[in-house]
Design a protein around this ligand. Structure first.
Ligand code: HEC
Length: 422
């Protein structure tokens, strides 16, 4: 009996190690429904809840489109660019029966909203970032009404509130091969896709448009026959720019499932989950101990993620939709040299300056002040070279300097240490 007990302990420890690496930090699901977070009973303040209030007050009328329902009106009201469109055909979500390779689910996003739309499905699925509560989930019925209603839905947390999203209410992205109908083969699932996932493991179950040279990925493969051919010819179905052979393009608002949009989406979704996790852990820690000293491994891991130290390198240039690059980069604050954390590199890595643009997000600034200040102070020490921690040794000196200079000019409310001349 004791032996069995020990074995169990050993395997638990192993499982924790494996997933700790995936998550780049601690992994256990957090009790976010209990105080101090009280997720489900707290009133959210996110862009969708604000729009819902304006619609109810009669200040906004959401436009209805006879083909796409509320999709175009919603994208316009929430300033979500059509160019962010990506397409996934693996059957997931509460509307799985509508999703097939001929009728993929379209996703659209901006910095704090994610929208899922499927032709013929009764509702649109939306997640919006509340700076304090993490992702809030809504459905919107695709029925023409005078005042369309957004319903906050707890059902979504079955998949969006556990281990697939860092143990917090958050975003889920994965790469799962499917059969010809879109049914998943979960034995081959790669979960928690983010900027660290090698391209070769990404995008099973997704369409991918754009050029990427000799790098391979698993997108555009439908059914075992396609995967078998891909194993023999790894470049097959790569570098595709036209999805007309797969489904009727009239079903989507924009052409394609853009490779650059996918890469930004994957970085961003993971980072949002991480910010929410760090926020909740800080609140719990301070409630319990009155300090955050025990969170050092978590803050280290968060900084490694923020600074892309474990990013999967690109081995050939990525060339996706010019529209997405234009819309995405236009949104950023810039320094006097015109530099922004939203500038894309797409030759050897995703961003030109490897520090997440979400450092500018309301969610980052809503971290409890003790954590926000501690992260920013440490970041300053890393960027100036004062902190020699080998975890960050890979960041090149010109990158450190550029990030430091950009943040000094574009990020308000930096701690005093940042203002000193260095
Ligand atoms: C059965 C599991 C499951 C349920 C339940 C579910 N989703 Fe998802 N959702 C997923 C998966 C998996 C993805 C990743 C994309 C994909 O593979 O389709 C996803 C992606 C999304 C996305 C895109 C970005 C993100 O936030 O991850 C949105 C928006 C979304 N879901 C909203 C919802 C909403 C709203 C509900 C509830 C009404 C819901 N989902 C219920 C599995 C689920």
């Amino acid at each position: 009996m004791p032996k069995f007990f020990l074995l169990c302990l050993a395997s638990l420890a192993l499982a924790a190690c494996a997933s700790a690496e995936d998550f780049q930090g601690s992994t256990h699901p957090l009790e976010y429904d209990a105080p101090p977070v009280s997720y489900s009973v707290s009133a959210p303040d996110d862009p969708v809840s604000r729009l819902a209030r304006r619609i109810q007050a009669g200040e906004v009328k959401l436009a209805w489109d006879d083909t796409f329902g509320y999709l175009p009106g919603l994208l316009d009201e929430l300033h979500v660019p059509r160019s962010s469109q990506t397409l996934v055909f693996s059957k997931t979500s509460l509307q799985r029966s509508y999703i097939t390779p001929e009728n993929p689910r379209a996703l659209y996003f901006n910095d704090d909203i994610y929208i899922g739309y499927v032709v013929g499905a009764p509702v649109m699925e939306i997640s919006a970032v509340d700076p304090k509560l993490g992702a809030i989930f809504y459905s919107l019925e695709q029925e023409k009404l005078r005042k369309p209603k957004f319903t906050r839905s707890a059902d979504c947390l079955q998949c969006h509130g556990g281990l697939r999203s860092l143990g917090v209410p958050g975003h889920v992205l994965r790469s799962v091969p499917t059969d010809v109908t879109g049914e998943l083969n979960t034995a081959e699932e790669v979960g928690d896709i983010d900027h660290c996932t090698p391209l070769a493991d990404r995008w099973a179950g997704w369409y991918v448009t754009g050029r990427h040279g000799a790098q391979t990925h698993r997108g555009n493969l439908i059914g075992e026959k396609d995967f078998a051919r891909h194993r023999a010819e790894p470049g097959w179905r790569g570098n595709i720019t036209d999805l007309r052979p797969f489904f009727d393009p009239a079903k989507t608002l924009a052409p394609g499932s853009d490779i650059t949009a996918l890469m930004v989406l994957e970085h961003q979704a993971h980072m949002h989950n991480y910010i929410a996790r760090l926020n909740f852990e800080t609140q719990q820690m301070t409630a319990m101990y009155g300090h955050i000293r025990y969170l050092r491994p978590q803050t280290d891991a968060f900084l490694r993620c923020l600074l892309f130290t474990e990013e999967a390198p690109l081995t050939a240039p990525i060339e996706g939709s010019a529209g997405f690059v234009r819309d995405f980069t236009a949104a950023g604050p810039r320094d006097h040299l015109g530099r922004s954390l939203r500038d894309l590199d797409l030759r050897t890595r995703l961003f030109k300056y490897p520090c997440s643009f979400l450092i500018h997000s309301p969610a980052f600034d809503a971290l409890p002040p003790v954590m926000r200040d501690s992260i920013l102070a440490r970041l300053h020490a890393i960027l100036t070279g004062e902190d020699h921690d080998p975890q960050f040794a890979k960041i090149a000196e010109p990158d450190r300097r550029a990030i430091l200079e950009i943040l000094r000019e574009t990020k308000p409310n930096l701690p005093d240490s940042w203002r000193a001349e260095k």
